[in-house]
Structure formats: C-alpha cells, structure tokens
Ligand binder design. Structure first.
Ligand code: MG
Length: 373
C-alpha cells in the first residue's frame, strides 16, 4: 500500500475518498437555558468546518428558541431549508446529523432515560461487532493479527481490499485457511470493481464462504448493484455514503443490495431509524457503518443499533476506538466480539469537554436554547 502525503491528507490507492491524516470530526454542543447539554457528532474526516459553518450560519438562527424535543420536526425543517437549492445530502445532511444526535442526547437527559428507551426499547444490550481491517502489510502478520482477534473472542473480521481479483482472493483464501471454516469473514471492495469484475470476484469469494461483499462498484450505479446482487449467492452490502431514506428507497425497491450500511455519523439517529424501518419492510438487515466516528458518534450508533429490530452486526475500528474514547469520561467498551450498550441518560456518555477544548480546534457551541421543562 502506497501512501501519498499531500497537505495533511491521506490518499491511498484503494480508497477513492480522501481522509485526513488526523482524526477530524464535527462536534456540536447544544445548551438549553436551564443548563442541559446535548452533544452531537457528524463524520467529517476532511473539512469539519464546512458542515460547522452550515450549522452556525443556517441552522443556528432557526434552532435558537426552539423546543429541542421536537426532533423529527426539526430534522424535516432543516432538511427542507435548502432542498430547492439541491442540498439534500453530503455536507448539508452531515450538519443536520450533528444537530440531530445532540437533540436526542438532550431529550434523553431531560427525561433521565437512555436514547434507546426513547426509540422504543433495546432489542439487545450487547451489540455484535466485527473487526474492520487488518492493517498489516505482510500476509503472515495479517494472519497473526487475525488469530489474536480470534483469541480475544472476536469471530468476524472484514478485510479492506480492492487490489484486484487475484490478490483479493488470495488474501481471503489464506485467512480462511488459517482461521477455520466457521470464522466469519467479509470483504470491502471500496467501489473498485466494474460490474463484471465484481461478479467474478464475488463468485470466487463465495467458494470461501465470505459473508458479504461490500461496496463492489461505484455507489451511484444502482442498476450495476442490482446485477451484482442478482448474480451472486453471497450477500452484497452497500450504503455507507448515503444519507437519507430517499437515497435508500430506490436501492431497496430495486433490490440493489442484501445488507444496508448507513452510518449514524452521516445519517443521524432519526434517519437511521427511518432507514432501518424502511429496510425492514423489504426483509433487509442493517449493518451500521462505523469508520472514523469518535466517542459521541459511537455512543449514538450503539443507542440506535440496540433499538433496531433488523440489526445485523456493527463495525469496530480498533485503530480509532481508543482515540474515540478520549472524548468521553466513561469509556465505551468493545471486547469479546461485542459492544456493551451504555445505559446512562441520553447517549450514555459523559463528554470530556475539557479534553475537547484542549485538543480540538473551533468547537461549535450553541447556547440560549429553549428551556426544557
Ligand atoms: Mg466500506
């Protein structure tokens, strides 16, 4: 893997997106006039100030004085506000997401209840997790790391591939050989393949009992995904870059995937639930994407993952998780193949504001919101 350094950005050939060399996220704190605080986070691995500006310029005047419990109303008003100008995804929905997560946190704290209770209750208090990635370059080291995870009680690993059919299959072949027939393995192809090549890759991966093939081709190509999904027996997983139920609807109706992977750091709690319910009507499970989201985002993901009926499995990023936990005083736990669901009020995490102020640039704070009774 070659890494190109360019103005602090991390560009790797197998990723079509750029990421920051640092962990970057959009953190929002909403404060009511009786002193309650709600924390939100949206993924912003490059340019967090862009959705931050949307919040301070567009959303702040709207939000001040509003009843923060009107979460669904606020989501829709914010979404509507720039719709005719074409902003119904990307940075716009990222900004809505940070606010949405903070509103749920506030609502939970106002009632002294965890968000999963507000969403109708928890189907599970332990959230099954798969390890995302084996970053070691050498195959022997990858196998060693995978075996360590297995010893630690994890039974599922997803590989980040897209190096070409031959190399991808060889990597998975070796892992299957060393981890045994029952170990759960998945592949993320990072949008790297044409439709025919994705099908060829999938047919080889099926022979190795790989559980799902993620992001096989370009995310815009709905019909291409339909063809791949129809051609393969193995599950096809998509959706990390999609933001709303409207974007998932076409993919569900056309059956362009077997598993959906919305990211709470991009869709928020409100829309995650909407997407999950919509998917449930098609018999499609939700495996939430979780990449560079930090403690607030992960806590929000756990809250909503617990409350989804058609939940499948959640991503676990070992390289991000310890840093993600630095933002919260009560550490989130992911061990032995599962996350533990935080049970405190709101998102269930106590955000370490001093750490954020010390280590983060330009935290965005909205104050003077309406009092919660
Ligand atoms: Mg992915």
């Amino acid at each position: 893997m070659v890494r190109f350094k360019r103005r602090g950005l991390l560009c790797t050939p197998e990723y079509r997106s750029i990421y920051s060399r640092n962990l970057e996220s959009l953190i929002v704190k909403l404060t009511t006039d009786n002193g309650l605080e709600g924390w939100g986070e949206a993924l912003a691995p490059v340019g967090p100030e862009i959705p931050g500006n949307i919040i301070s310029s567009l959303f702040k005047p709207f939000l001040l004085g509003k009843d923060p419990r009107q979460i669904n109303v606020i989501w829709n008003k914010l979404y509507d506000s720039m719709r005719e100008r074409g902003y119904f995804t990307g940075f716009m929905v990222d900004a809505i997401t940070a606010v949405d997560v903070a509103l749920w946190d506030l609502y939970g704290k106002s009632l002294d209840l965890p968000v999963h209770q507000l969403l109708g209750g928890a189907f599970r208090s332990e959230i099954p997790a798969y390890v995302s990635g084996l970053p070691e370059k050498e195959m022997a080291k990858k196998i060693e790391r995978a075996q360590q995870w297995k010893q630690q009680g994890f039974n599922a690993i997803k590989l980040h591939l897209g190096y070409g059919i031959k190399e991808d299959v060889e990597i998975m072949n070796q892992l299957r050989e060393h981890l045994g027939a029952d170990f759960r393995l998945m592949v993320d192809a990072h949008w790297q393949y044409t439709v025919p090549d994705a099908i060829r890759l999938g047919r080889e991966l099926e022979k190795l009992n790989i559980e799902f093939l993620e992001a096989p081709t370009l995310p815009e190509d709905v019909d291409g995904h339909v063809e791949i999904t129809r051609s393969l027996d193995m599950a096809v997983a998509i959706g990390e870059a999609k933001r709303t139920k409207f974007q998932f609807k076409e993919r569900l109706v056309k059956r362009a995937a077997d598993v959906l992977q919305p990211d709470v750091g991009r869709v928020g709690i409100t829309e995650m639930r909407n997407i999950a319910v919509l998917a449930e009507t098609f018999g499609i499970p939700i495996a939430p994407h979780l990449s560079v989201g930090l403690g607030i985002c992960i806590a929000a993901t756990l809250q909503v993952s617990a409350a989804i009926n058609n939940f499948y499995i959640l991503e676990f990023q070992p390289s991000v998780f310890p840093n993600a936990n630095k933002l919260v005083c009560n550490s989130l736990v992911c061990e032995k193949g599962r996350y533990l669901l935080p049970d405190g009020p709101g998102l269930g995490v106590n955000v370490d504001e001093a750490f954020i102020r010390e280590n983060c640039s330009n935290p965005l704070l909205l104050t003077n919101g309406r009092r919660l009774s």
